[in-house]
Structures are given as C-alpha cells and as structure tokens.
Design a protein around this ligand. Sequence first.
Ligand code: ASP
Length: 324
Amino acid sequence: MSISKLLGAVCAVSILAAPAFAQDYPTRTVRMVVPFSAGGPTDTVARLLAERMSADLGQQVIVENVTGAGGTLGADNVARAEPDGYTMLLHHMGMATSATLYRQLPYDPLNSFEYVGEVVDVPMMITARKEFEPTDMASFIDYVKTNADSLTLANAGIGAVSQLCGMLLMHSLDTELVTVPYKGTGPAMTDLLGGQVDILCDQTTNTTQQVQGGTIKAYAVTTGERLELFPDMPTAIESGLPDMELAVWHGIYTPKGTPAEINQRLSESLQIALADEGVVSALADLGSEPVAAEKATPDALKTKLESEISRWKPIIEAAGVYAD
Ligand code: ASP
C-alpha cells in the first residue's frame, strides 16, 4: 500500500473513530457560567443568549453565576471543568485585562480554554445616584475633583470593566475616589439606586432602563460617538476626557480540550442566537448590538483575546493597579 493510501486509511479510521457525541451532542443540560452576580450586565446578555441557544441545541442552557475576584473565580471554575462540551463561560474583556491585573491567576487566559466566539460590544456610561448634585458632565468633573475624598465609586472588583472604567476616570481627573467593590454591578446598581454609593461606571445593558426611568443620573458615554439611544448624552471624549474610550467586548469559552466539533457546534448556535430578531431587538433596547457572524467564531475570539491582552498590558502597567 502506498504511503498516501496508508495515510488516507489512517485519516479515515480516525474520523470514523471520532466520539459519537459529535453527532448527537448535546444530550443533556449545558452550563453557561457567568462570573458576576445575577441581574448584572453580563448576566443579562447570558440569559438572552441561553434562551435562544436552548431552542437551537434542543437541550437547556442554564446560566450559573460563579462570582468573586472580578470575574476570575468564575473563569477558573470553567478552566477546571470537564472538557466535555457541557460547560461554557460567557465573560467580557476582563479575560484580557485580568492577564495583567492578576500576577498570580489560577489559570492561563490563553491556554486554559478553547474558543467559541465573540458575542456583543457594550458601551459604558458614567452614572451617579439620582440626588447627585452635578447636572451635566462639566459640573460633574468639577464636583468630583473638588469633593473626591468624600465620594464613593462602586465597581465589581479588579478585573471588572466597572473597575477599569473607574480607574480610567480617576486617572483622567487626576483624583482618587473611595472605591466600593461588589460581586457584580447588579448589586452595585441596587446601592446606587438606594443612594448608598455615589458613582458607578457601568454598561448600558445595566444602566439604560434606570436612566430612562430617571432613577439614576447619567453624564457621559464611553464610546467614540454618541449613542442613538441617548443623542443628548455627550461622550467622555468630547467632554475633555480623551482616554475614556471603552466598549466592552464579550466572548464564550470552553475548557481546554473540549473537542473542536463541539466548539464549532456551539459557535453555530451562538450565531443563530445573535441573528435572532428578539435578541437583536432586546440588545438594541439596551444600547448594544450583536457582533457580525464572522466574529462569533473560535478563531476570531482567539485573535481578539490575544490582541486585547497585548493592548491592555502597557496601559495597566502604567496605571500600576494590580489585584495581587
Ligand atoms: N460585567 C460585570 C457584571 O455583570 C460588571 C463589570 O464587569 O463591571 O456584573
């Protein structure tokens, strides 16, 4: 038998020997781990996707909140899970920033996971409790600079984007606020609504309905352009804070060793969910939109994560903010 025939036979056998689950996967409930509290922005996106992916996969995709340490405990939970296709992680750009913020991570962001695809990019807003005195971004900047040591800034811990945004805000204003960490910006928003904390920089998936309802104040958005949803709200950049451009990208990961066919099947299901009219409409109502289908793929997410780790490393090192 020629070498090429022999290689062809070996390949044919290995394909035939591929585990049967690739064809009838999934046969039971799939976990979607969210590394922040229920009711927050990441949880909101996850539950939108989980419902639609359940319909496509024919098995329940259940959202499980595994919180703590700015999202790194949830990521570690998935890094340690069986690579059998029944656990995935939905996390945001904290997967990239934590690589620098934490000098002793229990997992390797680039080598402890497989990739399914990117999900959404979500703008952020600088918000405050309803009774906060400043009435616009200019007076907000003056007021915060003058009263910094008596003001509290909520976030979801080092590794959360609310912490990153708050860090950029303090750096831009050259001031230090009293930071109050939570296990997610769901509970942080509860305290902002109750007036227990003063300021929160959070994603529009968590702030839009509160701002529209007048239960919190919003001063600026962190995107390069104003949002269609809030045409009268200035960007932080046009308000004189050039470093405050931050759109929060999200991705779905599986434990290292999860078979490529499963990651591909989950990517297909993710793309179906992101194209679903109900999902698109719900995200639009929250100031966000799904990524293009070609970004909801394993290779696209791997490339995004690698480039974002490199992008944020020098910025974080210059700020000198580390979790450990
Ligand atoms: N995305 C986090 C959450 O859902 C908050 C954050 O990263 O700031 O709670």
